[in-house]
Write a protein that binds this ligand. Structure first.
Ligand SMILES: [Zn+2]
Length: 283
């Protein structure tokens, strides 16, 4: 499932073909994905200019010159296929629609962007731009982990006295938006904090140190997505799946990569999700 860094990578990949560009034709090929599409979606997307592409949590938001914003969630398997435009060294012809291309945007600049989603857990909706933050997808979300309102004082205050494990607290989208299972495992491993430790029982200095670590882990993944993006562009214009090298996630039974640590990564289940951690250096 794409997490924040992957969604940011997709947003960055779409920017050169969509931002500032007019959608000449939107082809909506089914009635909906996870939820029904909004009424007259094709008409509302045709002939409008995409003023900017932004991201909130794991959603991509396209602000349109019609005063509406298109919200896109990639779901479990959603990806964006770009064709019909010069990408890196290769020119990709506008691709014929593929199986599971559910919404296709033909841009006035010649690019074709197809939203392909085999499992159909993705979502799209249209909302007045002024109301976007109040949309049911976005309402109640905590601060962006890479934004200015997420800082040491905020996190220490949000976690003070909490009796829940730190893993669950960081996954709580009301505390911080967009962190998922994989990156929370990575963050806690780098911070040397056990995923089982109660959030309210962590010394304040260690809690505060989580903020720069969260930014660092996400920043590195976005950076690495940027390099994958260049590869993907060279390959086939597909955006959506990037494999990063994780230090803890998915490494059950492997030696811990923390310098000087002789521990072995263990997997436990917390709230129905797998937590990967090193019992030796994560306390
Ligand atoms: Zn370790």
């Amino acid at each position: 499932m794409p997490e924040l860094p992957e969604v940011e990578t997709v947003r960055r990949g779409l920017e050169p073909v969509m931002a500032g560009e007019v959608i000449a034709r939107a082809d909506v090929r089914r009635a909906g994905l996870r939820w029904p599409f909004p009424a007259h979606m094709a008409e509302r997307l045709t002939g409008v200019r995409v003023e900017r592409l932004r991201r909130r949590s794991k959603y991509i938001l396209a602000d349109l010159d019609s005063g509406e914003t298109l919200l896109v969630h990639l779901g479990m398997s959603g990806r964006m296929l770009i064709s019909g435009v010069k990408l890196g060294a290769f020119h990709h012809e506008r691709a014929a629609p593929q199986k599971h291309d559910h919404v296709v945007f033909d841009m006035a600049n010649g690019a074709r962007v197809a939203f392909n989603d085999a499992r159909r857990f993705g979502a799209m909706d249209l909302v007045a731009t002024a109301e976007a933050e109040n949309h049911k997808f976005l309402r109640g979300l905590g601060p962006e982990p890479l934004g200015n309102t997420f800082h040491e004082d905020y996190l220490a205050g949000a976690l003070a006295g909490r009796n829940t494990p730190i893993k669950a607290a960081l996954l709580d989208q009301r505390i911080v938006a967009g962190l998922g299972n994989i990156y929370v495992c990575e963050v806690l491993h780098r911070a040397g904090i056990s995923p089982k430790r109660k959030a309210g029982r962590i010394a304040e200095a260690r809690l505060r140190a989580l903020v720069p670590i969260i930014r660092e882990v996400l920043g590195e993944a976005i950076e690495s997505g940027g390099s994958s993006l260049r590869d993907y562009r060279r390959a086939d214009g597909e955006l959506g799946y990037f494999q990063h090298a994780f230090r803890a996630y998915g490494r059950e039974g492997e030696p811990c990569q923390t310098p000087g640590c002789t521990g072995v990564i263990r997997r436990i289940s917390q709230g129905g999700r797998s937590s990967f951690y090193c019992p030796q250096c994560q306390r």
